[in-house]
Design a protein around this ligand. Structure first.
Ligand code: NCD
Length: 338
């Protein structure tokens, strides 16, 4: 295996593994990878001969398929394993499962697991590079990278941009990774949730890392006096599958307090027509986001999906291919099907 580019960690387990320069490198390469996505023949030889296993113990549409597409477009051999279809369903331990896969000589393990910290643990057991594709309520670093990439493409540098992240913060791994990357990129971040969906201990983190917290969405969205309007609004899914009790009285009340309704959308776009709306998906239409907002001209939700492939190509490239130039690899194969 070739040596890795400077600043790149061996594994991508948390957004904290990348400093601002590392994030910038990934996003810059993603721009080049995005060009591959626009070609008729989407194939570059960058990861020829490498094997990537997608090991998913939780359901996924976007993340799993975009990692698979990313690997395939870079000529790697990609294999998908799900919890249900593997020996994990026969009672095999996670350690035995990943060590078995690792023993086959794979280069990367992209994994999603319901337990927070699972990817960190697995990284200690295997020789392969481990990429965290979501671990419980902990982190989802490639989602944060694709979110930053998508917002930057529309807004330019995120330095000083006002970003509000709204919704089920308690159960969201997306918000944890986004907080790290957005702060490293210089954005001014406010988290908004009902008190019951504010993670415990978040105020200490907010103080340390310099972001704001609020339970009042309309107040945050209001541009008054010296407060400039929100540049980007990220809505998070209400994660019913992770809720064991009642976190809010009724769905209707949640929407009234914290949903991006048609009425809020109108107020926001009146204050700032350039505002962008993001959502990592899958969406609960009508609960945290109205159909009008999801399909509005300001919505970047499908751009996020598209960026997911380019950003994951970039991450795989930087972790696995190291010093070889992605552009040269791309240029030599331009127009040829590998
Ligand atoms: C997110 C996830 O799985 O953490 N979705 C995704 O990866 N696109 C967010 C969610 O499930 O709500």
């Amino acid at each position: 295996m070739t040596s890795q580019a400077t600043r790149m960690p061996r594994h991508l387990l948390s957004m904290a593994d990348l400093d601002a320069a590392g994030i910038r490198t990934i996003l810059d390469t993603a721009t080049q990878m995005h060009d591959v996505q626009k070609r008729e023949v989407k194939k570059i030889p960058t990861l020829r001969g490498r094997t990537i296993i997608n090991l998913f113990f939780e359901d996924s549409t976007r993340t799993r398929s975009s990692f698979e597409i990313a690997g395939k477009w870079m000529s790697a051999d990609t294999i998908n394993i799900t919890g249900k279809g593997s020996s994990a369903s026969k009672g095999e331990s996670l350690r035995d499962t990943v060590r078995t896969i690792d023993a086959m000589g794979v280069d990367a393990l992209v994994m999603r697991h319901g337990a927070s910290g699972a990817a960190h643990q697995v990284a200690q057991w295997v020789d392969a590079h481990v990429i965290n594709a979501g671990d419980g309520t902990h982190e989802h670093p490639t989602q944060a990278l694709l979110d930053a990439y998508t917002m930057e493409r529309r807004l330019g540098s995120l330095e000083g941009k006002r970003v509000a992240i709204v919704g089920d913060l308690t159960h969201s791994r997306v918000v944890r990774s986004n907080l790290i990357s957005l702060r490293r990129l210089g954005a001014d971040v406010t988290l908004v949730a009902p008190p019951t969906l504010m993670p415990s201990g978040i105020s200490g983190w907010a103080e340390r890392d310099g972001f704001a917290l609020s339970n009042d969405l309309d107040h945050v969205l209001q541009a008054t006096g010296s407060t400039k309007p929100i540049d980007a609004l990220m809505m998070l899914r209400v994660q019913k599958e992770r809720m064991s009790g009642g976190f809010f009285p009724t769905a209707r009340e949640y929407t009234v307090g914290y949903g991006l309704t048609r009425d809020r959308l109108t107020r926001l776009t009146d204050a700032n027509p350039e505002i962008v709306i993001c959502h990592p998906g899958p969406m609960n239409r009508g609960l945290e986001i109205s159909a009008d907002a999801a399909d509005a001209a300001q919505s970047l939700i499908l751009d996020q999906v598209s960026a997911g492939v380019a950003v994951r190509m970039s991450v795989l490239y930087h972790l696995l291919a190291g010093e070889d130039s992605p552009t040269e690899a791309a240029a030599t194969s331009e127009g040829s099907a590998a």
